[in-house]
Design a protein. Structure first.
Lengths: 415, 156
């Protein structure tokens, strides 16, 4: 009896020692050890993907018929004035829903870089200036903008009626036919397009596997994360202070900042950034304070209700998510930086004279060595999935009309 | 013709029961501060002279933040109670805001104070949009005196 108990105690002690060894090695690596604080901060950037939840402001969020409708409309050039521009013209699925141009080009050249759409469901503000507080409103603007698609309610209604599949899904999602004189028509189309975009979720990246391995004390999986990326991660969390803004699982706080990128768009013209975005979102009839928000509590409108315009907002642009950067070059609101190496160089050699006098006071040139710059790039690249993300480019085939329920959600892309 | 509004307030038994139930629910709600005197269980206490300001953050659906830690880049509400040596204070919370002294900027959102009665206040629309040290700044009107109370907190 005593012998059996002694053996049991020994076995337990052995297990405890083994566990301690794993715990220690989970935060350690060849040439680099992670402190408890660093481990906590790494953990805060996950888990990924985030749990999906329906958008309370969009009553067809998660509705299968609306998702089919939105998918079809997203790739439909017939919504545009010349029949040649679709949402997908700029938001190319093969490039992370970006177009690789410095600035977008629809019917006419634009002034801002096309943002990627993966994980767009988790954003608070939409567009580089946050001129939209919801995804459906943000999806409607380019359809109507004369410089992008130049569409209209009449054209959209004609298009829907000409396509049995699209019209079937519209009726199933909204319970009525598409009528050009229905004040809800355009909003409904945009809500369908938003419902589809909400399914665009990028799969876990090498960083996520490292982060999860650390969280479950799996030293061998953690060791697969490249040493350069680990060193870059340390710079990101430490000296770089990048996580001050590029925080959480999205690697963005969803807000706005001035990082010294010029805001001149052409001789004599400027892009006011967030300052203009606040004015636009406040005056937009499709904002969350308006009649088209399906959240009767208006709890989803807290941000819009409490907006505080400040002088420093001039020249501020949205803090972008750092996920999928390998797919979405060039970078910054005006696409003026071609590569991740150049992005890192921008922060390393930051020109403080370009920053607001009343703006952020923590941005300083990082003064990185060539090796440190490479490490930081290696870390940023580890936030993109290594395998191609599968997204159905062509609209879904014609299907029977689907019931308007939230339980028939189609799986997110990339899972 | 008798105006309903002009009648003395005679409450039916059902109405009185509903009112009692309302107050019981209000007092039992998880976000409610316990009243005065405020203790550390009521959140974080700031004292100045005879005034005690107790505050705690409430997250979505008025869920109290675990250990009063304020998560970064999420909207929250401040639940504030003012007390003095005699119990519930007659003072009024007239301003609540926050800034990052090291960064020399404030919040991106303008908070709004909503008095709840009995020297309790809800401060809505708060958000710490960056990681780091934030300074909460309260202004309390006590008679003719304006008291300014600050408290530094970490957002992460």
């Amino acid at each position: 009896m005593t012998s059996r108990r002694t053996k049991g105690l020994r076995r337990r002690a052995g297990l405890a020692l083994a566990l301690l060894a794993v715990l220690a090695s989970a935060g350690a690596d060849v040439g680099i050890e992670l402190s408890a604080e660093e481990l906590d901060r790494i953990a805060s950037h996950g888990p990924w993907p985030l749990p999906w939840s329906a958008d309370p402001g969009n009553r067809v969020s998660g509705n299968a018929a609306a998702i089919f409708l939105g998918h079809g409309l997203f790739f439909d050039e017939a919504l545009s004035a010349n029949g040649k521009v679709a949402c997908a013209t700029c938001h190319n699925p093969a490039r992370g829903f970006q177009d690789s141009r410095n600035v977008a080009k629809g019917l006419a050249p634009g002034t801002r870089n096309t943002p990627g759409l993966f994980n767009v469901r988790h954003q608070r503000w939409f567009g580089w200036d946050g001129a939209h507080d919801n995804l459906w409103s943000s999806s409607l603007r380019p359809i109507l903008d004369p410089g992008e698609m130049g569409g209209s309610a009449a054209r959209s209604a004609r298009r829907l009626k000409a396509s049995p599949a699209l019209h079937c899904h519209y009726r199933a999602a909204f319970g009525k036919p598409a009528m050009a004189d229905d004040p809800e028509l355009l909003v409904n189309l945009a809500k369908g397009i938003a419902a589809w975009q909400e399914t665009l979720v990028s799969p876990p990246a090498p960083f996520d596997r490292f982060r999860d391995a650390l969280a479950r004390k799996d030293a061998s999986t953690a060791a697969e994360y490249p040493p350069a990326a680990r060193r870059g991660l340390r710079l990101f969390l430490g000296r770089g202070q990048c996580a001050t803004c590029h925080a959480g699982p999205m690697f963005s706080n969803g807000e706005f900042g001035d990082i010294g990128i010029p805001f001149f768009v052409k001789p004599g013209g400027v892009d006011p950034g967030r300052q203009g975005g606040i004015k636009r979102v406040q005056s937009n009839p499709y904002n969350l304070l308006g009649a088209f928000n399906d959240d009767v509590t208006r709890e989803n409108a807290t941000g819009t209700r409490h907006l505080r315009p400040e002088h420093r907002n001039f020249g501020e642009f949205k803090v972008p998510s750092l996920r999928n950067l390998r797919l979405t070059a060039p970078y910054m609101h005006n696409g003026s930086i071609a590569s991740l190496h150049d992005v890192v160089r921008h922060y390393s050699e930051l020109n403080e004279d370009r920053l607001h006098s009343d703006g952020e006071r923590i941005l300083k040139p990082l003064g990185l060595t060539a090796a440190e710059s490479k490490d930081l790039v290696a870390f940023l690249e580890s936030l993109s999935p290594t395998e191609p993300i599968s997204v159905a480019v062509k609209p879904m085939p014609i299907r029977d009309c689907l019931p308007a329920t939230r339980n028939s959600r189609i799986p997110a892309a990339g899972r | 013709m008798t105006s309903v509004a002009a009648r003395p307030a005679q409450k039916s038994r059902r109405w009185r029961h509903a009112e009692i139930l309302f107050w019981l629910l209000a007092l039992a709600s998880p976000g409610a501060l316990a009243g005065c005197p405020a203790g550390t269980d009521d959140g974080i206490l700031i004292r100045q002279g005879e005034l005690t300001l107790a505050w705690r953050p409430l997250l979505a659906a008025d869920r109290p933040a675990p250990s009063n830690r304020i998560p970064m880049a999420k909207h929250f509400v401040l639940d504030v109670q003012l007390c003095d040596k005699d119990g519930i204070s007659a003072a009024q919370l007239i301003k609540a805001d926050a800034s990052m002294p090291a960064h020399r900027h404030g919040m991106n959102y303008k908070p709004v104070i909503k008095p709840q009665g009995n020297a309790r206040f809800r401060v809505e629309g708060m958000m710490f949009h960056m990681a780091g040290q934030w300074r909460l700044a309260f202004e309390v009107q006590s008679g003719k005196e304006t008291l300014r109370l600050n408290h530094d907190v970490q957002a992460d």
